[in-house]
Write a protein that binds this ligand. Structure first.
Ligand SMILES: Cn1cc(C(=O)NCCN)ccc1=O
Length: 117
């Protein structure tokens, strides 16, 4: 991730990338992460493809991170929040996956704030 050539990005953004890598690892290790680790299988979840316009999951975010696609920190947070917004849209709050989504969002918001200071 940390490129050591002349083309190295400004130190600030390198620190930001390290923050994302750390946070993403924590999200993936969370016990409630299981619904969000991989893209939802559109063929086996009826209605998902129609209802959720922009699917997102932690593995896809990791891919984008590795391919340096998060040029500014907003895009990273936008994709993480997309995971939770999709979850709230498709699942009842009072469901296994719905509850897992709320717990993951609360965890992310807390850690994001802590890591910023
Ligand atoms: C996030 N999300 C995941 C699923 C799912 O079935 N994930 C596979 C778990 N093994 C279904 C709806 C949904 O919103």
């Amino acid at each position: 991730l940390v490129s050591c050539t002349k083309r190295t990005k400004t130190p600030k953004s390198e620190l930001a990338v390290c923050r994302y890598v750390l946070l993403l690892a924590e999200l993936e290790a969370h016990q409630d992460a299981w619904p969000f680790l991989r893209p939802v299988k559109l063929k086996s979840v009826p209605g998902y493809k129609k209802i959720i316009k922009k699917p997102m999951d932690f593995f896809t975010i990791k891919e984008k991170l590795i391919n340096n696609m998060y040029l500014n920190q907003e895009n990273f947070v936008i994709d993480v929040n997309l995971v939770f917004d999709n979850c709230q849209k498709f699942n009842e709050d009072d469901s296994e996956i719905g509850r897992a989504g709320h717990r993951m969002k609360r965890f992310f918001d807390k850690r994001w704030t802590e890591l910023l200071h």
